[in-house]
Ligand binder design. Sequence first.
Ligand code: HEM
Length: 176
Amino acid sequence: MTPLWVFDALGVSHGFKQVGAVIVGGIAGVMALVGGGMLFHRRWTDPRIRKTSSFADIAILAILLLQLWLGLLTIFASLGHLDGHEMTKFMAWAQGIFTFEAGAAAYIADVAPIFKLHLFLGLTIFLVFPFTRLVHMLSVPLRYLFRPGYQVVRSRRSAPLPTRAGPVAPNRSASK
Ligand code: HEM
């Protein structure tokens, strides 16, 4: 989204930005893949979490993982044009989309299909996010910074453990 002239004014070459996108984006992408994979595994295999998950909860995680794979696959196409020229097309396209420029799609008409797939799914995520848990990204959780530290712990037992001295609270009996 950053206008090209900003990079030029800062002396950041297109090639440097392209290589940066591949290396930094690649590392971040692999890390997100590992984290996202763990979250998907948890949501899919933990019986309690699976039971309380809606279709959208599971689907949005799967879509994000797919988007990550597509993003990582674009790296192989990017390696073929490390001068950064191809990347300037995406910048023009993104700025065109966000400023409602008619015909912005023309900027990326000749890019590799893997990029188009990634952009298509990316825009699809924008479309569905209000109907999924992703909408929480719009909340500003400032209250969490100031709330007192507490942890709610519930016992699974409905009644205190019986002891010889009579019923006592579970944590007291554990320390005996
Ligand atoms: C509308 C939303 C999105 C757009 C327009 C978009 C666009 C792009 C573009 C143009 C590239 C290629 C960069 C280059 O090498 O020149 C790219 C790469 C990548 N994208 Fe996305 N993307 C979007 C959403 C996402 C999301 C949600 C994820 C993660 C779930 C993601 C993960 C990646 C990764 C890992 C790469 C490869 C590393 C890199 O080149 O930086 N993208 N994306």
